[in-house]
Design a protein around this ligand. Structure first.
Ligand SMILES: [Zn+2]
Length: 349
């Protein structure tokens, strides 16, 4: 019997829906906990092409929640996109998996998203989320937001004002900037690396994301789609739904068509400092960082010292983060992707 039999039995999917799922292509941006969960469900559901992008390698601390990876992937320091692709090909050899080991930036996101019908958030930082949002609105593609820190997660579909791909909808939603007009300053939000994260919380969020993606791929884009910002805490047994706003005329992105992360230089600039074995990360939302607060967050992660102007944290693998009050940081590595990852996970964005 057909491997998709139990799914095509569902009246809302049926053989026609299955055909649409099989003909579709999706981009998963980030294959951490959320990306693993979504990719696993979508590969089993038979999504025709799944493109995976991640800049990171598998670490032992990932195995608690990142369901596509095993002990050997961590022992061998395999690239996440490659390890995930290998696992997914074993799960479903009938579909195409395209792994990309890359740091997603304004320079490469358009080509990574090319010909993909839905953009899926598996990210750990806000800057790249605003970048994905810019691309989704500019190119008229749906963006399925997901996030989880601590015991709570949140999921929402973003359906831009215009739709240009094969997924069509009549009722757009506000974009990420309609909901959160500006990212908070670096160092103010908890991250999984500083606050921890519960495996079941990411699983519940990734399952909701996968359900939204499947709905979109079969054209279930009207009132039957969960068009809310849905916050879920399985640890507390609580969930809340907040209606998504309509697209706001005063939104810089979907109202005015100004794509600040994609085209306007917002986000972080990362540059290798020649001869210094260091990368400088410079965020452009130059709100001041409160170094004593950051020091408290980092105290479990390494040796932290700070004065009024500079904070230095030496991590266990001897990488040093030097953070200034304007959010700028110097990180003692020559690898841009490693530096950006350390910034996002230890300082946040
Ligand atoms: Zn907007």
């Amino acid at each position: 019997m057909d491997r998709y039999h139990r799914q095509t039995l569902l009246p809302s999917i049926g053989p026609k829906g299955q055909q649409a799922i099989g003909a579709s292509r999706v981009l998963i941006v980030g294959v951490g906990a959320l990306g693993c969960g979504v990719a696993d469900l979508l590969a089993r559901a038979g999504v025709g092409t799944i493109r995976l992008v991640d800049r990171d390698i598998v670490d032992h601390t990932n195995l608690q929640r990142q369901v596509l990876y095993c002990q050997e992937d961590a022992n061998e320091h395999r690239a996440k996109a490659v390890a995930a692709a290998q696992r997914l090909r074993n799960v479903n050899p009938d579909i195409t998996i395209e792994p990309h080991v890359a740091d997603v930036t304004a320079a490469n996101i358009s080509s990574l998203a090319e010909s993909c019908d839905v953009l899926i958030d598996g990210l750990d930082n806000l800057d790249t989320r605003y970048l994905v949002n810019d691309l989704a609105v500019r190119d008229g593609k749906p963006y399925v937001y997901g996030g989880a820190v601590g015991t709570e997660g949140m999921v929402m579909p973003i359906l831009p004002v215009r739709c240009e791909g094969p997924v069509q909808w009549d009722m757009p939603t506000g974009c990420l900037r309609c909901v959160f007009p500006e990212p908070p300053p670096p160092g103010t939000l908890p991250t999984c690396d500083t606050a921890g994260v519960l495996g079941p919380s990411v699983s519940v969020v990734s399952a909701h994301q996968a359900a939204i993606v499947m709905s979109l791929l079969i054209g279930r884009t009207g009132t039957e789609l969960d068009r809310t910002m849905h916050a879920i805490d399985p640890w507390a047994g609580e969930s809340r739904r907040i209606a998504l706003p309509d697209p706001r005329p005063d939104c810089p992105c979907c109202g005015a068509g100004v794509y600040e992360w994609l085209e306007g230089g917002r986000g972080k600039t990362a540059a290798v400092l020649c001869g210094r074995h260091a990368v400088q990360i410079h965020p452009h939302n130059a709100a001041a960082i409160h170094l004593p607060t950051l020091a408290v967050r980092l105290v479990d992660h390494g040796d932290v010292r700070h004065d009024d102007h500079v904070l230095r944290c030496t991590l266990p693998d001897d990488v040093t983060l030097t953070v200034f009050t304007d959010g700028r940081a110097m990180i003692s590595t020559n690898d841009l992707a490693v530096a950006r990852r350390l910034y996002d996970t230890h300082i946040g964005s």
